[in-house]
Design a protein around this ligand. Structure first.
Ligand code: PLP
Length: 396
């Protein structure tokens, strides 16, 4: 069968592939501790679930406005004002089926064949695919040697006549690195001087540790607000990954184009999920605090356990819920005679022998690493840490 050339440009999501393998093994009765998923392990808070149940009972079950209901757009506008100091209006907002969908639409409406997009690596798996599917070229800049952040001078050097955009994700998936306000200011200034768009993926903004406060580049100036595309959603903050609600705050013309694309593809995001998202944003935020406190304890435990393993080093995350340890010192060693030479080998070793699922770093643009989610119970994290330690100690 001859499929389109376009679909040949992208690979399946590395993270979803591991989660699927893990579910299959679990179904065969093999217990795997799943540290591969990119989602909080908590249930969606009850006030949010009740809002969805009310929506169903009230018959709020039909098509809505393509880019989201007014009530949700207003809640997002208020959120941007309150949390991010950005004064968007409702015309600056388009709600989609999750931030992944938002990013896909965004790349489709802004990028052309031949455009270059700067992706600081390690990056979230779907940026690269989204850019490629739009016919553009990702320019991947390794940030591992510079605290997992692109330096202003590196950004300057990476810009060519074809550069259209840079994607920033702070706090980041998979590392949990985060830019402080000076760094955001410097990078924004350079991007604006070269007329670049900045995609600011702020989906982990509320999941931060040790008092870290992220800064939104769109808040810096009216010029920045024109060129910054602020992406966010309810998936991570409110443990609502299955509900599929994400959004963009951006220039009106871009929002109109994204809404047009959506009108011909998916139409509105689920009406019931939109009602739930209104409650998530406008209702009590207590559950967010509780969840972040739990993540912090787990981060502290799991980070200390992982850096104690000989041959593994790791950045201590400032946000999100992942560890991204460097495992490259283990390359060349063998388990039962089988040599480990890549992140895929190591991830396979862990799932087969330690019964722990992780995601190979290659999917995030760096083969020296592996990603663990610490959005799992403390018991599972303890068992996983012991098991990984045990398997690595057997490497020769
Ligand atoms: C950095 C980042 N951006 C965006 C998303 C997409 O989230 P969703 O589509 O669930 O809103 C994810 C999910 O893993 C992510 O890690």
């Amino acid at each position: 069968m001859k499929l389109s050339e376009r679909i040949g440009l992208i690979k399946p999501s590395a993270t979803l592939a591991v989660s699927t393998k893990c579910k299959q093994l679990n179904a065969q009765g093999i217990r795997i501790i799943n540290l591969s998923a990119g989602e909080p392990d908590f249930d969606t808070p009850d006030n949010i679930k009740q809002a969805a149940i009310r929506a169903i009972n009230d018959g709020f079950t039909k098509y809505t406005a393509v880019g989201g209901i007014d009530e949700l757009k207003s809640a997002i506008v208020d959120k941007f004002g309150k949390d991010n100091n950005i004064s968007y209006g409702k015309d600056n907002i388009c709600v989609s089926d999750g931030a992944k969908h938002t990013l896909f639409n965004l790349f489709q409406v802004l990028l052309e064949k031949g455009d270059e997009v700067i992706l600081p690596a390690p990056y979230w798996v779907s940026y690269e695919a989204g850019v490629r599917y739009a016919g553009s070229t990702p320019i991947i800049i390794s940030t591992a040697p510079t605290d997992y952040k692109i330096l202003p001078e590196t950004l300057k050097e990476s810009i060519t006549a074809k550069t259209k955009m840079i994607v920033l994700n702070s706090p980041s998936n998979p590392v949990g690195s985060a830019y402080d306000s000076n760094e955001i200011e410097e990078l924004t200034e350079i991007a604006l001087a070269h007329n670049l768009y900045i995609v600011s993926d702020e989906i982990y903004e509320k999941i931060t540790y040790d008092g870290f406060k992220p800064v939104s580049p769109a808040a810096l100036s009216p010029e920045a607000k024109k060129k910054v595309l602020t992406v966010n959603g309810v998936s991570k903050t409110y443990s609502m990954t299955g509900w599929r609600i994400g959004w963009i705050g951006a220039d009106e013309q871009i929002v109109k184009a994204m809404t047009k694309l959506q009108s011909q593809s998916t139409s509105n995001p689920c009406s019931i999920a939109q009602a739930a998202a209104v409650e998530a944003l406008n209702g009590s935020q207590k559950s967010v605090e509780t969840m972040v406190d739990a993540f912090k304890n787990r981060r502290d435990y799991f980070y200390n356990a992982i850096i104690n393993i000989e041959g593994i080093s790791c950045f201590k995350p400032k946000g999100a819920f992942y560890l991204f340890p460097d495992i490259s010192d283990l390359y060349g060693k063998r388990f039962n005679g089988k040599e480990i030479i890549s992140s895929i080998d190591f991830s396979n070793l862990l799932i087969d022998e330690a019964k722990v699922a992780s995601v190979p770093g290659i999917g995030f643009g760096d083969d020296n690493f592996i990603r663990f989610s610490f959005a799992a119970s403390m018991e599972d994290l303890k068992e996983a840490a012991d098991s990984i330690t045990n398997i690595v100690s057997q490497l020769e």
